[in-house]
Design a protein around this ligand. Structure first.
Ligand SMILES: C[S@@+](CC[C@H](N)C(=O)[O-])C[C@H]1O[C@@H](n2cnc3c(N)ncnc32)[C@H](O)[C@@H]1O
Length: 341
């Protein structure tokens, strides 16, 4: 798989390369997803479209909110265990899926740089601004680190990753929880096939807990999560000539114990008619009509380990905080599942 282009920098930074896989065709994929999702019942939009430059900035603000425990809990686990994780995985390359601002990543990069002769970081994210800004920051901060960033979709473009030795694939932040069970099984199976005998996968998962704490994390007092949620409507307005009135929708987030997930929705606060010009689509909303915009699954250890095993991956490390709020699980291809490439 070849990139559609490369971002260039002046002056050229020899240890930095940024491949762009997310070309103009993403607009077609976006249009198809919006057409399908808003034309279905119940109406639904994929969460990856929250993350344009504004959405990525809003997510970074969410990670600093007092109610949003996942980021600081995962960070604390990494502060304690990153050296051990990198050592036990024998990693020389860090590939990060949905890397975002790559702030927590520094905790994995530091032991990697210490142990690897030629350390390489490969962030992949849908958001160009996130990959570009993080890559430049890390190159400037860490002498000897090479960065090969990929602006693309980790569900479509992993075939275009650069070949590299002893890769630790990190999938942090609980992003895997945005996938329902079938979707996740399909994704992990494909990812598992990419892993060679020297590679490992580190997955960050949010754990099941009391619903009050979960719901508070997605209903912050400052309303940043509400702004983030509505940003998906702004991306439709900006890219597909939509005329959603963002004030016409309220942010809803609640824990669904049956599915063990937080569900985020946008609820119309009055009857309204919305046009999406690029799709030649008109949508009628009654007051109270909703669009599901995200699920965020909350796992038990048994559940995530079962999902990994179904995908042919064998868990061999479990790192959590003392209150079991969040966990990182380390896995490798099970014997007999190693990719031939
Ligand atoms: C919940 S944020 C987590 C960011 C960071 N890993 C962290 O732990 O703070 C999810 C990130 O994944 C990216 N993302 C979501 N779906 C993606 C996809 N299909 N392909 C590439 N990036 C994706 C988003 O742009 C965003 O930066």
């Amino acid at each position: 798989m070849e990139p559609v282009g490369e971002l260039s920098f002046a002056p050229v930074i020899p240890s930095l390369r940024l491949d762009v896989f997310r070309g103009d065709e993403w607009i077609t994929a976006f249009a198809n997803d919006v057409n399908y999702g808003l034309g279905s019942e119940p109406r639904e939009l994929p969460p990856k479209y929250f993350y344009d430059a504004r959405g990525s900035r809003l997510f970074d603000r969410i990670t600093e909110l007092p109610e949003y425990y996942p980021t600081r809990t995962e960070r604390a686990i990494l502060e304690r265990c990153a050296g051990q994780i990198v050592g036990i995985a024998g990693a020389e390359t860090l590939v990060e899926l949905g890397s975002g601002s790559s702030h927590k990543t520094e905790l994995l990069l530091e032991p990697l740089i210490e142990r690897a002769a030629n350390p390489l970081y490969v962030p992949i994210d849908f958001s160009e601004s996130a990959v570009r800004e993080a890559s430049v920051r890390l190159i400037e901060k860490y002498t000897g680190l090479r960065v090969h960033g990929v602006i693309g979709d980790f569900e479509k473009h992993l075939g275009g990753l650069p070949p590299a030795p002893a890769r630790l694939f990190a999938f942090l932040g609980g992003t895997i929880g945005n996938m329902k069970s079938d979707h996740m099984a399909f994704f992990l199976k494909r990812l598992g096939r990419l892993l060679g005998p020297a590679d490992s996968l580190l997955v960050g998962v949010d754990l099941v807990k009391e619903s009050g704490e979960l719901e508070a994390a997605y209903n912050d007092a400052q309303g940043v999560t509400a702004e983030f949620n509505k940003n998906v409507l702004a991306t439709i307005n900006d890219n597909l000539s939509g005329d959603f009135d963002l004030d016409g929708f309220d942010h809803i987030a609640f824990f669904d114990p049956e599915n063990s997930w937080i569900e985020m929705r946008l609820r119309a606060n009055a009857a309204q008619s919305v046009r999406i010009g690029a799709l030649d689509m008109r949508l009628e909303f009654e007051a109270g009509d909703e669009i599901r915009t995200e699920i965020s699954r909350k796992f038990s250890r048994e559940e995530i380990e079962r999902e990994l095993r179904i995908a042919g991956l064998e868990p061999y490390g479990w790192y959590t905080d003392e209150d079991s709020r969040f966990a990182l699980t380390l896995a490798a291809p099970a014997a007999g599942q190693i990719a031939l490439s």
